[in-house]
Design a binder for this molecule. Structure first.
Ligand code: NJP
Length: 227
């Protein structure tokens, strides 16, 4: 069945790849990110009958509300929300890190995510849908001094708490934890990493499950190089 999927962080990388794969699978997508021009180009590529976009900043509740309002106005329901917007560190560790970058990571990766979830929960209760959160393998292991990694530890714990909040509603929560993915998240190409479409396939796998199946966590690693 064709699903209505809201994606944040949809203007590039994992979010854009997921939008492409979702539309190819027959779903309809409603895309959010700050960059209006990139979103418009993606909608033109995917087709305006299958994709729409609302420029928004996930750290602003009213701005994100516009994304959800547009999805509900167009489709009357939302079956899945992929809370994927996130930013990385400009330097490794805490001692060498830029405090302004710490604040931005906490704003987008933590606060913005909680706003997405706040807007998603009531609609997903109704549709018995799925909330996917983009975590990270960096939120599964200890990386010395990493504020970015700590924001993704938050995602891991928050996913558990949201699952408890939704218990008995039929709505489900999945935390997707990618390894390194070759996206604009990094300043330089990462050919040794996963492709954005590798994560998109994982997202579509979760969305393809029947309502009776819950996938709490999915870790996606690149295969280690051959010995
Ligand atoms: O990175 P990128 P990825 N409001 O830079 C958007 C996690 N992850 O696809 O606003 C709204 O291509 C930004 O759009 P724009 C990572 O932590 C990655 O790799 O127009 N949107 C863009 O669409 C993140 O959670 C790796 O600049 C905002 C998107 O976020 C997710 O994967 C590994 C925004 C970022 O796309 C997607 O990152 C891992 C805001 N305030 C987890 N700020 C990896 N790449 O290796 C940013 O484990 N965006």
């Amino acid at each position: 069945m064709s699903k209505i999927i809201v994606i944040t962080g949809a203007s590039s990388g994992i979010g854009a790849a997921t939008a492409r794969r979702a539309v190819a699978a027959g779903h309809k997508v409603v895309l959010g990110a700050r960059s209006q021009a990139k979103l418009a180009a993606l909608v033109a590529e995917l087709g305006a009958d299958k994709a729409q976009a609302v420029a928004c900043d996930v750290t602003d509740l009213a701005s994100q509300q516009g994304l959800f309002d547009a999805a509900l106005a167009a489709h009357g329901r939302i079956d899945a929300v992929f809370a994927n917007a996130g930013i990385g560190a400009t330097a490794m560790g805490t001692e060498n890190g830029d405090p302004e970058n710490f604040r931005q990571m906490i704003d987008v990766n933590i606060y913005g995510l909680t706003l997405t979830a706040k807007l998603a929960l009531p609609v997903l209760r109704q549709s018995r849908g799925v909330l996917l959160l983009t975590g990270s393998l960096a939120g599964q292991e200890v990386l010395p001094g990493s504020v970015y990694g700590a924001t993704k530890w938050f995602v891991r714990g928050y996913g558990e708490n949201l699952r408890a909040e939704l218990k008995g509603t039929g709505a489900r929560v999945t935390v997707i934890n990618p390894g390194m993915v070759d996206t604009p998240f990094f300043d330089t190409p990462k050919p040794e990493g996963l492709r954005p479409d590798d994560i998109a396939r994982a997202v579509l796998y979760v969305l393809d499950q029947p309502a009776s199946v819950a996938i709490p966590v999915m870790n996606v690693y690149p295969t280690p190089p051959l010995a």
